[in-house]
Design a protein around this ligand. Structure first.
Ligand code: GTP
Ligand code: MG
Length: 176
């Protein structure tokens, strides 16, 4: 069995904790309880290998507090991570604009390489009129060499949450 550390990264309130909760417990709450420091959970997943034999991978998910200002503690939480889910809120443009900064940080702490997934969350409350602008502003992010894939998710409805974590696990397994 392979053990891999994965970090949830992004601005405050974008839904990092809610995505983890949806993935682990199939639950969601509208109540906002800001994460202080980091909360670590585990999840055992099956991924298919080249020989088509399912292999197990244990994800250690580090749900890190959102940055409100420069917090010198955050780089130390990112150390030793093989993967990261960079989360933004589709309805708060500044959280999307901060994605490159978060990617830069996780890459600089893990110079040997890290698989990044971008989660554009809160798809369920997306205000349709601003949608095209949002998509234009994020299109270029997908070309980043460390970015595996981008998903539009909802922790509330569960849309794309399972497949996102599975895609990350598959990528970690491949790079193992
Ligand atoms: P910090 O720990 O402070 O960095 O925040 P976080 O990124 O962990 O955000 P959290 O998961 O605590 O969610 C913040 C708020 O957004 C909560 O009120 C959640 O209920 C809400 N929320 C999270 N994801 C979604 C979503 O997909 N849809 C909707 N409608 N609300 C969401
Ligand atoms: Mg949180």
């Amino acid at each position: 069995m392979i053990l891999k550390k994965v970090c949830m990264v992004g601005d405050f309130g974008v839904g990092k904790t809610s995505l983890v909760r949806r993935f682990l417990d199939q639950q969601f709450s509208d109540h906002y309880l800001s994460t202080i420091g980091v909360k670590i959970s585990r999840k055992l997943l099956s991924v298919s290998s080249q020989e088509a034999i399912a292999r197990q991978i244990q994800l250690m998910i580090w749900d890190i507090e959102g940055e409100t200002q420069f917090q010198p503690i955050i780089p130390s939480y990112l150390e030793g991570a093989s993967g990261a889910i960079i989360v933004a809120d589709l309805n708060r443009l500044e959280t999307i604009e901060h994605i490159p900064k978060h990617i830069e940080l996780v890459c600089s702490v893990n110079p040997k390489g890290i698989s990044c997934i971008i989660a554009l969350n809160k798809l369920d409350i997306l205000k349709k009129e601003g949608y095209t602008d949002v998509l234009e502003s994020i299109a270029s992010l997908q070309t980043h060499p460390q970015v595996v894939q981008m998903f539009q998710t909802s922790a509330k409805t569960g849309e794309q949450v399972e497949v996102m974590f599975q895609t990350l696990a598959q990528s970690l397994f491949k790079n193992h």
